[in-house]
Design a protein around this ligand. Sequence first.
Ligand code: SF4
Length: 265
Amino acid sequence: MDSLTPEVKELIQSIDNKEKMVAMLAPSFAVDFDYPEIIGMLKRLGFKYVAEVTRGAIETNNQLLDLLKKNPEKRYITNPCPNVVRLIKNKFPELVQYLAPIDSPMSATAKIVAKKWPKYKKVFIGPCLVKKLEAKEDWPELDIFVLTYNELKQIFDIKNIVPDKKDKKAKFDIVGVGTELYPISGGLAQSACLDEKLTDPEMDIISGPVNVNKFLEQFFTEKKNVQVLDILNCDGGCINGPGVCSKEPLSTRRQKIINYWDSHK
Ligand code: SF4
């Protein structure tokens, strides 16, 4: 028990106390878990409802498209990656004004869940360690508890939850269709159809720390014509996040997300 993170210990306590809980499952879940079995497993673990964070990503896209409509002359850096947001605040403070003032998929989903089930503990489950900071520092009023896929797997092991035939019939309680490719680099731009609204030089897609730093350094020079930047810190996107369990090649993880997208249409 000593080797467990404080989050794993707290969630086990919440399960044992039979707290009312909603799981908010990040769009990259298909890299580490089978669908729909994961929904049934979460429900047997103690979650009353399971929401798909792709639903919040739809809000993120809509808010960004609204901004572009209202301010067609402005430049925007997208904000779903809290690592990029922190890098900009710490290393490129002159770019803070370009961060799109919109909800991340996590915060947008938490707002929907809070409205629907106000008294429930909101548990975001995803690939990212920095989301723990985003929840605490950027959205304290939403009271979001963050777990990684790694931590969830440990909890499944401790509680002896394994896939079951009945899980085949499990369904999300909140569904988001159209944003399933979000965890792959360029998924935001693809799902918001930015290529139909902007020309190639007006839009760029960046992932990986080296590319991210290089782009931000060139924001006012070589990249000055880019109006919308879809940017994620992990190489290839959230499918390569530090809280992911999979050691499969990125191409395999990418394909799993594409397969889930196909099955969801
Ligand atoms: S790209 Fe990496 S750091 Fe950024 S949100 Fe995704 S998992 Fe987190």
